[in-house]
Design a binder for this molecule. Structure first.
Ligand SMILES: Cc1cc2nc3c(=O)[nH]c(=O)nc-3n(C[C@H](O)[C@H](O)[C@H](O)COP(=O)(O)OP(=O)(O)OC[C@H]3O[C@@H](n4cnc5c(N)ncnc54)[C@H](O)[C@@H]3O)c2cc1C
Length: 92
């Protein structure tokens, strides 16, 4: 990784070692960082979570730039689904 990344990691790992016991334990053989670099962009969406340029299109989850892992992807999808259900529910 380039120096601007490694220099931050050098400071970050001891920081997290102080916050989470064992995080920077010398016996750990590999430490991975989870980032949003799998989707280094974010599709636009309004407060109803609809794309402002493509009607009826709901950008969500990791590929759209709203999640960086399993939990955040699941929650973003669930929250969007709840909004859709409320919006398109048949009136009683
Ligand atoms: C090797 C690996 C390890 C990981 N480990 C972890 C971990 O330990 N913890 C963690 O929190 N996260 C982990 N992740 C990240 C996590 O898997 C993702 O953040 C999460 O799955 C994103 O969910 P998503 O629903 O947004 O996208 P995805 O799970 O990618 O779902 C997108 C879906 O859309 C479908 N699709 C794509 N294009 C189209 C199309 N044109 N038409 C119809 N369907 C389409 C795809 O087939 C896919 O089913 C890992 C990822 C990888 C690759």
């Amino acid at each position: 990784m380039p120096p601007f990344v490694t220099s931050v990691l050098e400071r970050a790992l001891p920081y997290w070692g102080r916050r989470i016991h064992g995080f920077d334990d010398p016996a750990v053989c590999m430490t991975g960082v989870e980032t949003r670099t799998s989707a280094p962009l974010r599709m636009g969406r309004n407060e109803e979570r609809v794309s402002p340029t493509v009607g009826g299109f709901y950008p969500m989850g990791e590929g759209a730039g709203y999640a960086g892992g399993i939990m955040s992807a699941a929650l973003d999808g669930a929250e969007t689904a709840i909004l859709c259900m409320a919006k398109y529910a048949k009136p009683n």
